[in-house]
Write a protein that binds this ligand. Structure first.
Ligand code: SF4
Length: 240
């Protein structure tokens, strides 16, 4: 099975499982999405969604955020990991946006020039807020792309390039979200039986399945049962 064929079948399974994947971070504007994505570094989306109502009640625009000191922002987000650094970045970023006219622009260079904003964060905002095709790749997506045989790149940059090559451009933003949802729902943190997985059972190489089994497969009592349509997709014949 070629990489493109594999990607097509994975895409069908993901579309069956998550037809309209929502952005999991609560937001009301490109700016609040940007802030939420920044806050989500090394924190769960659930935690971010718990603290952003308090933050956005005070500062849901760059102008209002710029009126707060980093210490005041820190008080509002102190329950989240890396709060001191994130507070400083939110303050600096607010001034940068004000200096540029006060609006978040769908512009890669602009977004990636902001304090605390890297390519992954910019990709989520471009896709989630502006509908610009973007494939945000984090370490989880990087790892699954390898397991599924869609990339063998050693960096997230290379994996992003490989994923963009095998998935149609108009699916990139959804694929990013669908893979995140799939990982959360199906992928336990420890070694386990790949043959029980809706995707790895046919997409992973036999070598990788055997290696995982040798390293001690664990039953995953919380693993989701594969929905019937996804199961049908997964049972299509494989050339591996
Ligand atoms: S559940 Fe396991 S086998 Fe399936 S995609 Fe996740 S890591 Fe791979």
């Amino acid at each position: 099975m070629t990489r493109a064929e594999k990607a097509r079948r994975i895409g069908e399974i993901l579309d069956d499982l998550y037809p309209h994947p929502p952005v999991p971070l609560d937001h009301t504007s490109p700016y609040t999405l940007l802030v939420a994505v920044m806050l989500s570094a090394q924190a769960t989306d659930k935690k971010v969604n718990e603290i952003t109502p308090r933050l956005f009640a005070v500062a849901d625009t760059p102008e209002k955020m710029s009126e707060l000191s980093p210490d005041e922002i820190h008080v509002l987000i102190r329950e989240i990991g890396l709060a001191p650094t994130k507070a400083k970045n939110l303050s600096k970023m607010a001034y940068q946006i004000m200096d540029a006219g006060g609006e978040i622009l769908p512009d890669w260079e602009f977004l990636e020039s902001l304090a605390g904003v890297g390519h992954k964060t910019a990709s989520v905002v471009m896709g989630g807020a502006f509908g610009v095709p973007a494939f945000a790749v984090d370490t989880h997506i990087h790892r699954l792309a390898h397991r599924w045989g869609l990339s063998n790149g050693s960096t997230v940059e290379r994996t992003e390039k490989d994923l963009k090559a095998v998935f149609p451009k108009d699916t990139w933003s959804d694929r990013h979200l669908q893979i995140i949802y799939f990982g959360r729902e199906y992928c336990p943190a420890r070694n386990h039986d790949l043959t029980q997985c809706p995707i790895c059972s046919w997409a992973a190489t036999k070598k990788r399945i055997a290696a995982e089994a040798r390293s001690g497969p664990k039953k995953n009592p919380k693993a989701r049962k594969m929905p019937s349509r996804a199961a049908e997709r997964a049972q299509l014949p494989s050339s591996e």
